[in-house]
Write a protein that binds this ligand. Structure first.
Ligand SMILES: [Zn+2]
Length: 236
């Protein structure tokens, strides 16, 4: 079955034993359903890339083994990148699908994807153990290699008026792509600082929404899959 969706987030790649390095893509179908498609090997993604706010079409193979209700296994070779969405259509999709709060998403629905409007209190670039990470700083499986981030990005935010605060990890691949682009131009430890600076500027320019999704293994753990700038602007 063919399906068309507006891509709202691509998460930082992870190592999947079966598909080597894979990316996870989430968005909203043209019928208004949240969707997560998997597993897209990084090498296939690089061969046939697409971006946030772009429509894509693909063949759905079925539900697959992922327990999360919005997940679909797809035929990777069938992916067709289509046009970019207009700003008004991004805004409309957000208005139609956003949740009242993360608590509501978590406790009252069985969903594993959703959009919230955060009041961002803080964000932090948290260094991983650098000497140890340096050894594993490149993911190499099969024929694909990729530099992984030497830091985590976390946001402190409130999702509604009386929210007790959330301190959540952000996996938006646009942050990783920005970091990797910097790495190609310069070396050394100043790159995470530059990412931090870019994030500050980005947050000053926009009032973003968060596309939230549950962890692929831990169903009660929510992550920020994507920072959505409703004007359709990208992080990098
Ligand atoms: Zn909250």
């Amino acid at each position: 079955m063919k399906e068309k969706m507006l891509v709202l987030g691509i998460a930082e790649p992870y190592v999947s034993t079966k598909y080597e390095i894979a990316v996870c893509v989430a968005g909203i179908t043209i019928h208004g359903e949240f969707r997560r498609i998997y597993s897209i090997p990084l090498r296939d993604y690089y061969r046939n890339p697409f971006k946030k706010f772009q429509y894509i079409q693909y063949d759905v193979l079925g539900k697959g083994s992922d327990f999360r209700p919005e997940s679909r296994k797809i035929d990777v070779r069938s992916i067709e990148p289509l046009q970019f969405s207009s700003v008004s259509s991004i805004a409309q999709k957000i208005q139609e699908t956003k949740s009242f709060s993360l608590e509501y998403l978590h406790e009252r629905t069985r969903r594993s994807l959703g959009i919230v409007q955060p009041r961002i209190e803080d964000f932090q670039i948290e260094y991983r153990d650098y000497p140890r990470t340096a050894k594993y700083s490149r993911l190499r499986t099969g024929r694909t290699t990729m530099n992984i981030l030497p830091f985590w990005v976390r946001f402190d935010f409130c999702c509604r008026a009386r929210c007790p605060h959330h301190w959540v990890m952000c996996e938006d691949m646009e942050i990783g792509n920005y970091y990797r682009r910097l790495l190609n131009r310069m070396h050394g430890r100043e790159t995470p600082r530059k990412v931090e600076k870019r994030m500050k500027d980005f947050l000053d320019e926009t009032t973003p929404y968060f596309l939230m999704g549950t962890h692929r293994r831990y169903k009660n753990v929510w992550l920020i899959i994507s920072i959505i700038n409703p004007q359709g602007k990208h992080f990098y």
